[in-house]
Design a protein around this ligand. Structure first.
Ligand code: CTP
Ligand code: MG
Length: 236
């Protein structure tokens, strides 16, 4: 399933991020194609901006991606809600669900296949990840005229930058999303930024497979410049 309902605030003013163009097609179209190019993928569910479902159906159609193997549902106010709404449209007999950000248009199919293979081999939750180039520091709060103090520096060799698609046994992913919703309704809930984070929160093991530098997330304007360059190189 492809959460694509975000606004893309860090990318700057314009259309919702998933609908922004890269090499003549919306990011979402690239992301759906990347998933659908895996032989392991039988159905793609897109969570579209709630006011843009018809537009997204039209876009997918105009890029040859409409049909019974692509469904579009309305997404939610948070990524977590969008994934939950998308999951509700995944048939119960589905064994494995991949969750893939529309904002990662250039993920190589090898990454998709590696995630699926690891779930098939028995891991209930799998994330693709790459080593970090930068040193990372934890900081405390700063303030006016008071720079943020460095608290500590985690050993970089133990850190990974996590990408998508993340892969799960469908039952497990549905279960942790249901638990998070119940906790949220009670005014709590885990503060996590990815689906694997929910699995970790509720105590199941997540494992890592190698990601790919071209699976980077288009977040800020420079990322779009990089994505155009990668695409141009692929097409050369
Ligand atoms: N997403 C979603 N529903 C939301 C928020 C995010 O489906 N309510 C999706 C985005 O469309 C994106 C993915 O989650 O494909 C990763 O999120 P992110 O990169 O943060 O995208 P945005 O939330 O759109 O960007 P920003 O945070 O800069 O506004
Ligand atoms: Mg966001």
């Amino acid at each position: 399933m492809v959460p694509a309902a975000g606004r893309g605030e860090r990318l700057g003013p314009g259309a919702p991020k998933a609908l922004r163009e890269l090499g003549g097609a919306p990011l979402l179209v690239h992301a759906v194609r990347a998933l659908a190019s895996s032989r392991a993928v039988g159905l793609v569910v897109v969570a579209a901006p709630a006011d843009g479902v018809a537009e997204v159906v039209g876009l997918l159609d105009s890029h040859g991606l409409a049909g019974k193997d692509v469904r579009v549902v309305a997404g939610g106010a948070t990524r977590q809600e969008s994934v939950r709404l998308g999951l509700a449209a995944v048939p119960e007999e589905t064994g494995i669900v991949l969750v893939h950000d529309a904002a990662r248009p250039l993920v190589p199919v090898e990454v998709v296949d590696a995630v699926v293979a690891a779930v098939r081999a028995g891991a209930p939750a799998v994330v693709p990840a790459v080593p970090l180039a930068d040193t990372v520091k934890r900081v405390g709060p700063g303030g006016p005229g008071r720079p943020e103090p460095v608290l500590d520096t985690p050993d970089r060799s133990t850190l990974r930058a996590v990408q998508t698609p993340q892969g799960f046994r469908r039952e497990l992913l549905a279960e942790v999303h249901a638990k998070a919703l119940a906790e949220e309704s009670a005014g709590g809930g885990p503060a996590v930024t990815d689906d694997a984070g929910l699995v970790e929160w509720y105590g199941d093991q997540v494992v890592v497979v190698p990601g790919h530098e071209e699976a980077f997330k288009v977040t800020r304007p420079l990322d779009l410049v990089l994505a155009e360059a990668v695409l141009a190189r692929r097409r050369a």
